[in-house]
Design a protein around this ligand. Structure first.
Ligand code: GAL
Length: 665
């Protein structure tokens, strides 16, 4: 893929305006005014491309593709499987989803297809093939956008059969192996054949954790094989055109990392909940997600496929962000590794479900709006940042956020059922690094740990095969690994490790045994003293016995006062830390600050950053971003050039509310 400029564009639906084509030429004029260089087309266009079965009409898309090319814009061309034509659902109801109560959906909405249906897969392959054949040589074709936000599941009989076949492969066609690994002797749940298995259901089996895990894996694999089915004709006909699909924020219905292996690049749709007062928390939360998507391809750039230029229409209340926030949000994406800034949507639709969703061009249809002016400003800024295109970023710190562990921590019954909040806990452990400008990756538990000076695995309850060995090798070789509450309790089928926690031999690495786990009611706190300071533990506390580890912190009240709460163990050339409880923010911050100092990690900004300001480096550029509504003064001991104004910066940098600067040394 040849890309020189940051892609600036978004979802564009000229097919909705086919009766008023003068709007298409107006779109081109307005796109030029706003600095837009790309458009994502055809996402939900199947009924316009194949109005009746086998009758294809590409004439309008031909015109759109030509028009984009003439106006110097790249086309990100979508495959239309996210919403199907009515004729297909009427002809072959098997393409429609069945919910867990066994009832088949009627035609309607979108994202409502069976993942297994051979009919649907064949029809999707056909329309994708037609698109690829038609536009393979078209000069505007830049990238394939596969379907839209894959999600959901289907419980039809085809899917049940596919699930059983999937289980046969997973468990070596041996039902006794499955019975053992699922612990089916419990409540007399032993199965005598794979044919007896059904998907987890509200009115059926929903108390076998390993079944739920297997179902999640199966659904995820079904999406991935559906994706592969979509991609096959595209790769065959347009091997040089990259493929991506738009993913969602911390969505766990699909193991995105496995899906990413099938894509040329990762892209995601970012809809932060910005407010007009203080976005420090959301700033970190979104940084965490950007870091996660960037890490999926080892630090390679990703695409911001959708974001709103103003409001969304799907929250209970959709407040307007003040000017500057969309710009900051876009710049943050680029800083963290995005090679694009794209909106949902270019022009507001006139009717339908999303007509009041924010758009660059609203129903007035002109450039004389606040939102348009804001978008046009971003259109002027982005070309000045083209130096980052293609630039990769790797952190020296990694936070583990593992999809399968997210499933497992959601499913198990015990200790506490509210506020499990796996992603929230991981995000909280990311924040100390974010606020100090220390580049951080977000990786899966079985990723290669070797590149990192520090790996933190919050609430890593499940160990996938090989993970214990990888932690042992990493620490033995000199790495620093931090584990927290309920670490290493179960294997991938949710079977508890025997012989003491953390399991799989990790007691030796951490020098502790986690003997019991205490859950705290919402209002209760446990006092912890760590490194001479006092903190509060909440939600969950492991009770540790030190078997050689050095105790860095102890519980201070309750019947286990005086027992270890924070430990470190030297193992091989490295150190394994256990922070045994869910800690308040000040604990996580101080604990990580100590690690940063001990390891000698440095942030990308040499001076102390004020609260709410983040510093991110990409290529030769340093981005300083203010997520608060207060102006901030950032001390600056180095001398820099402001890339946007050309000014020299030294001594200090002023950041207006929700403002940013981009600097180079
Ligand atoms: C996304 C979706 C878009 C649009 C948008 C509205 O999740 O991919 O098609 O619906 O939300 O915010």
């Amino acid at each position: 893929m040849k890309q020189e400029h940051i892609i600036y564009g978004g979802d564009y639906n000229p097919d909705q305006w086919i009766r008023t084509k003068e709007i298409w030429s107006e779109d081109m004029r307005l796109m030029d005014l706003a600095g837009i260089n790309s458009a994502t087309v055809g996402i939900f266009s199947w009924s316009m491309l194949e109005p009746r079965e086998g009758e294809f009409d590409f004439s309008w898309l031909d015109e759109v593709m030509d028009m984009l090319h003439v106006h110097g814009k790249k086309a990100i061309l979508a495959t239309p499987s996210g919403a199907r034509p009515v004729w297909l659902a009427k002809k072959a109801p098997e393409v429609l989803r069945v919910d867990e109560s066994g009832v088949r959906n009627e035609y309607g909405v979108r994202h409502n297809h069976c993942l297994t249906s051979p009919v649907y897969r064949e029809k999707v392959r056909l329309i994708n093939r037609k698109l690829a054949e038609r536009y393979a040589k078209h000069p505007a074709l830049f990238m394939w956008h596969i379907s839209n936000e894959y999600s959901g599941e289907c419980h039809c009989e085809l899917c049940q059969q596919a699930f059983r076949d999937w289980l046969r492969r997973e468990y070596h066609n041996d039902i006794d192996e499955l019975n053992f690994k699922w612990w089916n002797g419990f409540w007399s749940h032993n199965l005598s054949s794979f044919d007896e298995v059904s998907s987890p259901k509200y009115r059926g089996e929903n108390h076998v954790p390993a079944l739920k895990l297997a179902w999640n894996r199966f659904v995820s694999d079904s999406h991935i094989s559906f994706l592969e089915n979509e991609i096959a004709p595209l790769r065959e006909i347009t091997p040089d055109v990259p493929v991506t699909t738009n993913m969602m924020r911390l969505f766990k219905g699909i193991d995105y990392r496995k899906m990413a292996e099938k894509l040329d690049l990762v892209s995601w749709d970012s809809y932060p909940s910005w407010n007009n007062t203080d976005n420090t928390e959301e700033g970190n939360a979104i940084a965490f997600v950007h870091d996660l998507f960037r890490s999926m391809k080892g630090g390679k750039p990703f695409f911001l496929m959708e974001s709103t230029p103003s409001i969304v229409n799907w929250k209970p209340v959709n407040p307007l962000p003040q000017s500057g926030i969309t710009e900051l949000s876009s710049i943050q994406a680029v800083a963290h590794g995005a090679d694009s800034v794209q909106y949902f949507q270019w022009r507001a639709s006139r009717g339908g479900h999303e007509k009041f969703h924010g758009a660059v061009v609203d129903h007035t249809g002109t450039e004389h709006t606040r939102v348009f002016r804001d978008a046009a400003k971003i259109g002027q800024v982005l070309p000045k940042l083209d130096a980052v295109v293609g630039k990769e970023t790797r952190g020296r710190v990694a936070i583990v956020n593992d999809c399968e562990n997210a499933w497992a921590t959601d499913i198990f019954c015990g200790f506490f059922s509210e506020n499990r909040d796996y992603d929230g806990v991981c995000t909280a452990w990311h924040k100390p690094f974010w606020k100090r400008g220390v580049p951080t990756d977000v990786i899966e538990s079985d990723a290669d740990l070797a590149p990192y000076d520090l790996v933190i695995a919050p609430f890593l309850y499940m160990l996938k095969p090989g993970v214990a060995d990888s932690i042992r090798r990493y620490v033995g070789g000199g790495g620093r690994f931090v584990a927290t509450e309920l670490f290493a309790r179960v294997d991938r089928d949710d079977l508890c490790f025997l012989g003491g926690f953390p399991g799989e031999g990790l007691r030796e690495v951490f020098g502790v045994t986690a003997e019991e786990t205490d859950a705290l009611p919402e209002t209760e706190r446990r006092a912890v003293r760590y490194n001479g300071r006092d903190y509060a533990a909440h939600t969950v506390c492991d009770l540790l016995r030190a078997d050689g580890a050095k105790v860095l912190g102890t519980y201070e009240n309750g019947f286990y006062a005086g027992t270890p709460a924070v430990t470190v163990n030297g193992f091989g050339k490295g150190r394994a830390y256990y922070a045994a409880f869910r800690g308040e923010e000040s604990f996580i911050d101080d604990f990580c600050a100590d690690l940063i100092e001990e390891i000698g990690l440095t942030g990308v900004w040499p001076d102390q950053l004020p609260d709410g300001v983040s510093a991110v480096e990409r290529g030769d550029l340093v981005f300083l971003m203010n997520f608060t509504s207060e102006p901030k003064r950032v001390p600056s001991s180095g001398t820099y050039r402001n890339v946007l104004t050309g000014d020299t910066v030294s001594g200090k940098t002023e950041l207006p509310p929700f403002g940013y600067v981009v600097l180079t040394r």
